[in-house]
Design a protein around this ligand. Structure first.
Ligand code: FEO
Ligand code: CA
Ligand code: CA
Ligand code: CA
Length: 559
């Protein structure tokens, strides 16, 4: 029986109970504070510009930390500590005047929303108390929906990415819906464009293509950008959406550097980008496409990387693959090429989902973050949930075995020969999330799910250097019905060897936990809290998405 299952143990902290309030829960002996909140100034001209009543003024909206923090990575540059942090999307109801009813009523309000998303590079300094932001650091940078970019790889210059403003198709503008992140072997930041479709709409007639349908691009935009900016109007710029949905590289060490959209890695709703190396030195990037029934991808470069060596072409010249998970627990990476898909190279990468369908990729339960084990050839993908699994067009399969999957699972694979460059792998399920107090069937979850550690909807995942898997959730935090006893969203730690999982952090109600990295000495963890409810963390005014710092009273390392 579920209640008799062993509680987790053997972690360097005492696992905590669920949270249900508007605060952060941590094990005894740990402390936290907000490091940077939506609206906090990056430059002194924006100090005190944030108002608890009205939020961020338009004029300062590209000089403060953006809203809805997501993936992030830490960089050490010439003795400076930098964080690159995604701001995935905005809550119009929080950012816009009540009179706007959640939809921008002017070009100025569109500008406000555009500026509060994208990427922030911010220098932080060790204050002996969980770090603090270095206002006016020359490294501080905001990259928004309006920042000039370039593109490389097979799609650069293609007809599919040419617009009126950019007839050469080489200069996309802005990075959008920046969800998960990645770190290159050469120390740059990868930001992953996810639900870019929501920024487009049509004010007039346009042609609904197969590509628009597969990527969810429709006449009704989410933020009314198209009403005030023709770039986002499908009836005027039908190719603009093709310039988004890419993995984009940013060099935090050089504030003047131009971000690069890497078309060789394919266009889909990117979650994160987990970079590892094949045995022969080729660069391997694992990527999920977060949509019900979509696929997992792997990119393999043609060239090899050696530490400190040249990086030219490593993310523009290579092969993209999609995953097939066989029911016998073997699997295979299927190459997408003009020969296997019957598509030309640019079309195949812009419409990678359509290409994946042609080669027989396995439909997954919303692939979110992929995390690669730091000490052995093994990788994990959070399959967050899938309400449509088991429907007529989406039958169950061994890796996605539960109809109407509300809880999600984490799939793990080991490439043949311990080589991430190999096309064959074996796989298993590290955990099936579930509720053993409510269910006694498959919805109870796997054996390593107990009443003391249960959760739903795994999303963010990253390994610490000690080989522990940190799991962040983005699910139902009602604490009722099927989710009774699971509380608010949370962060747990999984032991890959024993399967044990222990709850480390609970988020404020309403929030999901997004993004995780550590200070260089591993004594401070930085954790993203996205779309909190209540009045967290200020206790007054609007709720503010924030990155928090977490550390131990005794100053020991935590990852
Ligand atoms: Fe932005 Fe799939 O999470
Ligand atoms: Ca996510
Ligand atoms: Ca999610
Ligand atoms: Ca989210």
């Amino acid at each position: 029986p579920a209640a008799a299952r062993a509680q987790t143990g053997a972690f360097a902290f005492t696992p905590i109970d669920i949270g249900t309030g508007f605060d952060i829960g941590l094990p005894e002996g740990y402390q936290w504070k907000p490091l940077v909140r939506w609206g906090d100034a990056l430059w002194s001209e924006a100090l005190d510009s944030y108002s608890p009543e009205t939020g961020v003024p338009v004029a300062m909206s590209d000089k403060v930390f953006g809203e809805n923090t997501d993936g992030m990575e830490l960089f050490e540059v010439d003795g400076h500590v930098l964080l690159a942090i995604n701001s995935e999307y905005v809550n119009p109801g929080i950012n816009l005047p009540e009179a706007s009813e959640g939809v921008p009523a002017s070009a100025e309000e569109v500008t406000l929303l555009k500026n509060l998303q994208g990427v922030t590079v911010v220098e932080i300094a060790d204050s002996g108390n969980g770090f603090e932001v270095v206002v006016d650091s020359p490294y501080n940078r905001r990259i928004t929906h309006e920042t000039p970019m370039t593109m490389d790889g097979p799609v650069a210059g293609s007809e599919l990415v040419r617009t009126n403003a950019d007839p050469d198709g080489m200069s996309p503008v802005g990075t959008m819906n920046n969800c998960g992140s990645g770190l290159t072997l050469w120390g740059t930041y990868l930001t992953c464009e996810e639900n870019f479709n929501g920024y487009f709409g049509a004010t007039g007639d346009y042609t609904e293509t197969e590509g628009f349908a597969r990527y969810g691009i429709a006449a009704e935009g989410r933020y009314a950008y198209e009403t005030f900016d023709a770039r986002f109007d499908l009836s005027k710029e039908p190719f603009e959406p093709n310039r988004h949905g890419w993995v984009t590289e940013i060099d935090p060490a050089d504030p003047e550097s131009m971000p690069v959209k890497h078309s060789a890695l394919g266009r889909f709703k990117h979650e994160n980008a987990a970079m590892v190396q094949a045995a022969d030195g080729r660069v391997v990037v694992y990527m999920g496409d977060d949509e019900r029934g979509e696929f997992m991808y792997r990119y393999v470069s043609n060239g090899i990387y050696s530490e400190g060596g040249a990086t030219d072409g490593l993310l523009s010249d290579g092969t993209l693959y999609v995953a097939r998970f066989n029911d016998d627990m073997t699997g295979e990476w299927l190459a997408l090429t003009p020969e296997t898909t019957g598509m030309d190279m640019a079309e195949m990468l812009v419409f990678a989902r359509i290409a994946g369908s042609k080669v027989g990729a396995t439909s997954m339960d919303r692939p979110e973050w992929i995390a690669a084990h730091p000490n052995k050839a093994e990788a994990y993908c959070a399959l967050t949930n899938n309400s449509r699994r088991g429907g007529e067009d989406m039958p169950v399969n061994a890796a996605n075995p539960r109809p109407a999957n509300d809880f999600g699972q984490i799939v793990r694979w080991r490439p043949e020969g311990g080589d991430h460059g190999a096309d064959a792998f074996d796989w298993d399920l590290y955990v099936m999330a579930g509720n053993p107090e409510v269910f006694d069937d498959a919805m109870a979850g796997s054996e390593n799910v107990t009443p003391g550690n249960m959760f739903n909807s795994p999303d963010g995942m990253i390994f610490s250097t000690d080989g522990m898997l940190w799991i962040q959730t983005d699910g139902d935090d009602s604490n009722e019905g099927d989710f009774a006893g699971q509380g608010n969203n949370q962060m747990l730690v999984g032991n890959p060897e024993t399967g044990e999982i222990a709850r480390f952090l609970t988020a404020p109600n309403g929030a999901e936990v997004t993004g995780l990295t550590w200070s260089p000495d591993r004594k401070v963890a930085f954790v993203g809290i996205q779309h909190p409810g209540g009045q967290w963390p200020d206790g007054a005014g609007k709720p503010r998405s924030s990155v928090i710092a977490v550390w131990r009273d005794d100053g020991a390392t935590i990852g």
